[in-house]
Design a protein around this ligand. Structure first.
Ligand code: AMP
Length: 394
């Protein structure tokens, strides 16, 4: 059985083709700069990389270009059995993955209130794919879904209750598919049922979030109503005193749009370091001790993560494992080491630095066998998780 997964952004369309018998990715890639000049599609098909320059007016043209490439190669004589769509925000109602019909598509569009950049783009991808594959199930997988199990005291903000009800203001959390996937893999790695484990999953990438996963359920997470809350990210600020926003708006004469641009695009790793939003460049300078702002940036990130781990240990009354994932979590041994060293006494953590530093792929424990709390690195695979959900409806 072949499953196609799609992740539509406002000017991009990511795809993955997964063979569900082997769970191997046969092809993946992205169409970028849709609706703009200098568009292109790049892909890896059965290990071979390729790219074409192509201006695409809309997502339909992008999907056509992608499918043409796939029909000539991995989909020759094979049909797509179902399509899994990543949807950023499921709002208060959507939890489990769901087969999309017209009413659900409309609801996804209406949830643009919560995710103005993402949900309309996701809906556009869904419409395009439904027109191209009208006979197969299209399954929406919501980024917020895994966090539906949070108790009310974890998702309630300290704002007027009626205002929150009226506007749907609460913590929703994101990266749910990733947190669920790596928590499950952590249990497998530890050889224990997930129902017996308390895990803190640290998804550290361009966007970052931490989740407390108790007995397989998310009970708290660092992102909130929007993916701005929590630790510092590539260009997003993470937590700031709300009073700061009021001060900046007043002193700099900014409206909501101007303030939003600072919080979303000019803050985080880029804002503090002044070097880049890409962690690799900052990490290199941190390691080489060539920039004190690079050190500061990485320590602000590390300190933010370690405070969440401490808080979630309190929330779950202990932890069995800390799991790192995503671009920085999987590839940043220095940051993992910085965090774990500071937690050594509290959680009895002992890191095997040789394993931590080794440039390895795959699920691995980086703690020693006698570490009281385990520490794991698990590559996330949101596409496979989405494909598994979609295949259930095929
Ligand atoms: P993601 O959003 O999961 O793709 O993660 C992107 C982030 O991961 C960027 O900040 C990258 O700089 C970072 N990243 C990717 N590879 C590495 C690496 N080898 N070492 C450190 N950071 C990395």
């Amino acid at each position: 059985m072949i499953i196609l997964t799609l992740n539509a952004g406002s000017s991009s369309l990511k795809f993955n083709v997964i063979n569900m018998v082997t769970e191997a990715s046969l092809a993946d890639g992205i169409a970028e700069r849709i609706g703009l000049a200098e568009g292109f599609v790049r892909w890896t098909i059965q290990g071979e990389k390729g790219r074409i320059e192509l201006d695409m007016q809309d997502h339909k043209e992008a999907l056509n270009a992608i499918m043409e490439k796939l029909h000539d190669t991995v989909l020759k004589g094979e049909d797509v059995a179902a399509v899994g769509h990543r949807v950023a925000h499921g709002g208060p109602n959507f939890g489990d993955p769901i087969v999309i019909n017209q009413a659900i598509l409309q609801e996804i569009e209406e949830l643009a209130f919560y995710a103005p950049l993402h949900n309309p783009a996701n809906a556009m991808g869904i419409k395009t794919a439904m027109a191209m594959f009208p006979k197969v199930p299209h399954v929406a997988v919501f980024d917020t879904a895994f966090h539906h199990s949070m108790p009310d005291y974890a998702y309630t903000y300290g704002l007027p209750y009626d205002l929150c009800k009226k506007l749907g203001l609460r913590r929703y959390g994101f990266h749910g598919t990733s947190h669920r996937f790596v928590a499950d893999r952590t249990a497998t790695l530890l050889g224990k049922p997930i129902e017996k484990l308390k895990i803190v999953t640290c998804h550290l990438g361009n966007g970052s979030s931490i989740a407390a996963v108790a007995r397989g359920k998310s009970i708290d997470t660092s992102m909130g109503l929007t993916p701005l809350e929590g630790v510092i990210m590539g260009t997003r600020s993470g937590n700031v005193d709300p009073g700061v926003l009021i001060t900046v708006m007043e002193k700099e004469g900014l409206d909501a749009k101007g303030m939003n641009a600072i919080l979303q695009k000019q803050s985080g790793l880029l804002g503090i370091s002044g070097i880049s939003s890409d962690c690799r460049e900052i990490e290199t300078q941190w390691e080489a001790k060539t920039s004190d702002r690079a050190r500061l940036t990485m320590e602000v990130l590390g300190y933010g993560v370690l405070k969440y781990i401490g808080a979630y240990a309190a929330a779950m009354d202990g932890i069995d494992c800390i799991t790192f994932t995503a671009g920085i979590g999987e590839n940043g041994p220095m940051l993992r080491s910085w965090i774990c060293t500071r937690l050594a006494n509290l959680f009895g953590i002992q890191i095997d630095e040789k394993i931590n530093q080794a440039r390895r792929k795959g699920d691995r424990l980086i703690s020693t066998p006698d570490s009281r709390t385990a520490v794991a690195v698990i590559p996330t695979n949101e596409e496979l998780a989405m494909a598994r959900f979609a295949s259930k409806f095929a």
